[in-house]
Ligand binder design. Structure first.
Ligand SMILES: *Cc1c(COP(=O)(O)O)cnc(C)c1O
Length: 483
């Protein structure tokens, strides 16, 4: 494949456009401002440029290309019409200062109404009362939620020092708690694959500010004791925080607010239709129960008596701003359009299919891989390559082999509590045929581990680079182009 830069492909005098000669350049802006020679941009035809960028785009692996079962990340297909909606001129050309200029809010009522209605829709979906759309990612939503937790305890004069997380939790959960200054208490997972309720009962005490959980957890298992856990937490005035990254498992079925949670963040780029990867863009709105509404970041969009939408005045108790203006507007817009597109029935269908697909994969692979917690899963399933590792084949080797077979690998080595973990999230958007093809390759890999482990250990052979030293690549990253 040709990997030259556009500059190296440049041919003097070649051009990608044809414009008539302009008759007005002589007087304006004056000869002293005119360039005396070409400005040094690459000179190429339109076709050269199209092929250059199309070639680059093919180096990228994406959901548009093939199956991407990266557990916990929800790499699903997002309808293209949502991109059209979010790039409508009436939205994309608005200046974020407009609602703040005297008399100008009337020109942006449509955009403000979208934000307002999205706040309402997310509260409805999560069983909460008030929302902020500001946080730009799930992790930032967590930070906002824990800051609000701290503000709540300060107001009540509670002396709180710790936050409880299960040991299967996503790394951002303990990190967010630590950033706010809490010590983190980790509770083990029991043999059913959920937080050990007896150990939790021993650990919960007056010093606990919050219990941060995702439900279903990162093993894809719904905690059957969740109401009991939230009752125990509330009895010592600890808040229940719901990490909503796995919301596509329960959409339309369970509202976190109905099972005892007080704060929820949602990853709109996972459940609500913004393609993501490589760090962005995202949005992590936070919804809370009424008693926490005054701590939400400001401004929130409100509707006044005359029916106009406005950025509201922040409450004096607000934790302040988490992001410029109103958050990542394009992502918010897509989420709202997605909710309208699917409607109540469609959202219900999302979780039905996400859970069905994951259980279908689990059923196909159960005999070929160890299943550390073998029970009905929710939207993702966790296998282990422990059996294969006895033959010297590791989860990493299987992941690399999948690349040769055209699939993005699942998440491996997470959750940390599972040895040789392989975490598969098919998402609701994949067809049975695709899942069957993937399962076939996973079964082939298990067979190769027995008979021809070298094939797995040498994979991938179809990529430009086979196995980089990943630690060095991260620590000594060198992106200088050397021609
Ligand atoms: C993705 C994820 C997060 C973090 O969300 P970001 O939007 O990537 O910051 C937190 N918890 C779980 C379970 C996740 O899967």
């Amino acid at each position: 494949m040709n990997r030259e830069l556009l500059y190296e492909k440049s041919i003097e005098g070649r051009s990608g456009y044809a414009l008539p000669v302009s008759g007005i350049q002589e007087e304006f802006p004056g000869p002293e401002y005119l360039r005396s020679g070409p400005c040094g941009l690459p000179e190429l035809s339109e076709l050269d440029i199209v092929r250059h960028f199309t070639g680059l785009s093919r180096l990228n692996y994406s959901v548009d290309g093939n199956f991407y079962p990266l557990g916990s990340c929800t790499m699903k297909y997002n309808p293209k019409i949502l991109e059209d909606v979010s790039s409508l001129d009436g939205f994309s050309r608005l200046h974020p200062m407009l609602p703040l200029l005297p008399g100008a809010a009337e020109y942006v009522q449509g955009a403000l109404e979208v934000l307002y209605r999205l706040q309402e829709a997310l509260c409805d979906i999560t069983g909460m009362d008030a929302a902020t759309l500001q946080p730009l990612a799930g992790a930032q939503g967590e930070l906002a939620g824990i800051l609000m937790t701290a503000a709540y305890h300060r107001m009540k004069g509670n002396a709180k020092k710790t936050v409880i997380v299960p040991d299967a939790s996503h790394g951002t959960n303990p990190a967010s708690a630590a950033m706010v200054g809490y010590d983190v208490i980790t509770v083990a997972t029991d043999s059913r694959g959920q937080m050990d309720t007896a150990e939790f009962a021993e650990r919960i005490n007056d010093e606990v500010a919050a219990v941060v959980m995702t439900c279903p957890n990162t093993l894809g298992i719904f905690n059957a004791d969740i109401r009991k856990i939230s009752r125990m937490a509330h009895s010592v005035d600890a808040l229940m925080y719901y990490d909503g990254a796995n919301m596509n498992a329960i959409l339309g079925k369970v509202k976190p607010g109905d099972i005892g949670f007080d704060i929820v963040h949602l990853n709109l780029h996972k459940t609500f239709a913004t393609p993501h990867g490589g760090g962005g863009p995202g949005a992590g709105p936070v919804c809370v129960k009424d008693f926490l509404a005054k701590f939400l970041p400001s401004p929130r969009i409100v509707r006044d008596r005359g029916g106009s939408y406005m950025p509201g005045e922040g409450d004096a108790s607000s934790i302040g701003k988490m992001a410029p203006f109103y958050g990542n507007f394009g992502v918010l817009l897509k989420a709202y359009a997605y909710i309208l597109l699917l409607g109540e029935e469609g959202l219900n269908d999302v979780s039905d299919k996400a859970v069905l697909n994951a259980n279908y994969i689990l059923g196909l692979l159960r005999d070929h891989y160890e299943v550390p917690y073998d029970r009905k899963c929710m939207h993702e399933c966790v296998l282990s390559a422990a059996r294969q590792s006895e033959k010297g084949v590791h989860a990493l080797d299987i992941a690399k082999y999948l690349i040769d077979m055209g699939f993005h690998p699942p998440t491996v080595y997470f959750p940390l509590i599972v040895k040789e973990a392989i975490m598969i999230e098919p998402t609701e958007t994949e067809s049975r045929e695709t899942i069957d093809r993937f399962a076939r390759v996973m079964i082939d890999a298990a067979g190769l581990a027995e008979k021809e482990p070298g094939v797995l250990r040498n994979a991938p052979v179809t990529t430009r680079i086979s196995r980089p030293d990943e630690v060095r690549a991260a620590r000594d990253l060198n992106v200088r182009y050397t021609g």
